[in-house]
Design a protein around this ligand. Structure first.
Ligand SMILES: Cc1cc2nc3c(=O)[nH]c(=O)nc-3n(C[C@H](O)[C@H](O)[C@H](O)COP(=O)(O)OP(=O)(O)OC[C@H]3O[C@@H](n4cnc5c(N)ncnc54)[C@H](O)[C@@H]3O)c2cc1C
Length: 374
């Protein structure tokens, strides 16, 4: 019998699974089509930080949406954990951002003032001796740091799977499959073509992350999303657990509830290469030696490499595909795709069901790249 679905969602990362979840909440059934396992790409191997106050585009064009997504995460946790049966460990984190160079001090002090003014956040400058009191294993010679408390974090593999599990509970389906193309006419797609069959559909969501450009030839539009490789070493540390996320000198340290310290993260434009690299591992350990020497030689539990979906303006691409009545783009979340997953899911589900959303996604319209391909 021919397969059929109301909404075909191509890609089972955080974006695709969140869209499926929010659609299900509005009573719309979808099929998530994923070729390599739910959350097995960047969405399952990210640092899982939900930081709405700093990063690319914040302050700036991503700030309002980032904040909305942060609030959606907070409101979502208890219900999604219950409904999915997956505790994805949404929790508040404390962080120390170290100043390694004089030139970094003013910026960190300014950020501390800005963060401290936000309700629910606390931030202040630390002199080197204050840093040592909080975490004596941080390398001597640092010039101080910013302490902040109020950001949250999740296990992003579990979050992605929680979205999918709760959506499935409400009637969604997960289909293993590698999408090869789309078929339709008069501005409407009506079939998704897979290696092993095809699925008739009412609407389509493209949530293919760094592989989104593959759909340019299917839809005849630009979807300028390129892969930015990021690697993380999960390291075992003897002795007391580290209590703070720590960053400085190009190193970031995330002590996770799995007992491992996730250290990285790197950024390389290296095409679709997803191989963990020995050279990058050495670079991460070199950076750690300057910041937290005990970790520089710590035992490796796992080394991951995956690809962030990045657009030319570092902003996501959210909304109806130009020239198509029933195709939506949910991609390009770059370095913030776990934070943005809630807002991506909610806003795309809103647009698909009502044609509008209250979330601040106006600047992320696919129309900004709307030149039609031949
Ligand atoms: C090292 C690192 C650290 C990060 N840390 C953070 C962080 O702390 N906070 C944060 O918010 N973000 C972070 N990110 C970014 C975040 O992980 C990504 O933005 C996010 O995971 C992107 O989600 P996605 O669903 O768009 O893409 P993906 O997770 O890549 O999912 C896309 C899915 O589509 C599938 N797919 C593609 N083409 C097809 C096809 N033809 N047929 C079937 N399936 C297909 C793929 O298999 C994949 O599973 C980090 C990323 C990296 C690499």
């Amino acid at each position: 019998m021919a397969e059929t679905t109301d909404v075909a969602i191509i890609g089972g990362g955080a974006a695709g699974c969140a869209v499926s979840y929010y659609l299900a909440q509005l009573g719309v059934k979808s099929t998530i089509i994923e070729r390599e396992g739910l959350g097995n790409q960047a969405s399952g191997n990210s640092a899982g930080g939900l930081n709405p106050l700093t990063g690319v585009g914040i302050p700036g064009p991503l700030a309002a949406f980032g904040w909305e997504c942060f609030q959606l995460h907070a409101d979502l946790y208890a219900g999604l954990k219950h409904q999915s049966g997956i505790d994805y460990q949404h929790r508040t984190v404390a962080k120390i951002d170290l100043a390694m160079e004089e030139s970094e001090i003013d910026g960190l002090k300014e950020t501390a003032v800005r963060m401290d003014a936000v309700e629910g956040f606390e931030a202040h400058w630390l002199e080197p001796e204050d840093v040592a009191k909080l975490e004596p294993r941080i390398a001597p010679g640092i010039l101080g740091g910013m302490y902040d408390h109020g950001n949250t974090g999740v296990d992003s593999y579990k979050l992605t799977n929680a979205f999918a599990a709760a959506a499935t509970e409400m009637g969604a389906t997960v289909r293993v499959g590698n999408v090869q193309g789309l078929e339709g006419n008069s501005g409407k797609i009506d079939r998704v073509i897979l290696e092993d069959g095809e699925i008739s559909c009412g609407q389509v969501v493209m949530a293919m992350g760094p592989w989104s450009r593959r759909a340019e030839s299917w839809l005849g539009i630009y979807i300028p999303v390129d892969p930015l490789k990021g690697e993380i070493l999960r390291l075992e540390l003897e002795g007391d657990r580290i209590k703070y996320d720590i960053s400085g000198g190009g190193a970031s340290i995330y002590p996770k509830l799995d007992g491992l310290n996730w250290c990285g993260t790197t950024e390389d434009w290296n095409g679709f290469d997803r191989e963990p690299s020995e050279k990058v591992a050495k670079e991460i350990r070199k950076r750690l030696a300057r910041v937290f020497p005990d970790l520089a030689d710590a035992k490796l539990a796992k080394h991951t490499a995956c690809l962030r979906p990045v657009t030319p303006d570092w902003l996501p691409v959210l909304g109806r595909a130009p020239g198509w009545e029933n195709v939506y783009l949910a991609t390009g979340a770059g370095k913030k795709g776990i934070l943005l997953a809630t807002g991506i899911g909610r806003s795309i589900a809103d647009l698909m069901t009502t044609g509008e959303t209250a979330l601040s996604i106006q600047r992320f319209s696919p129309e900004r790249f709307a030149t039609q391909l031949e």
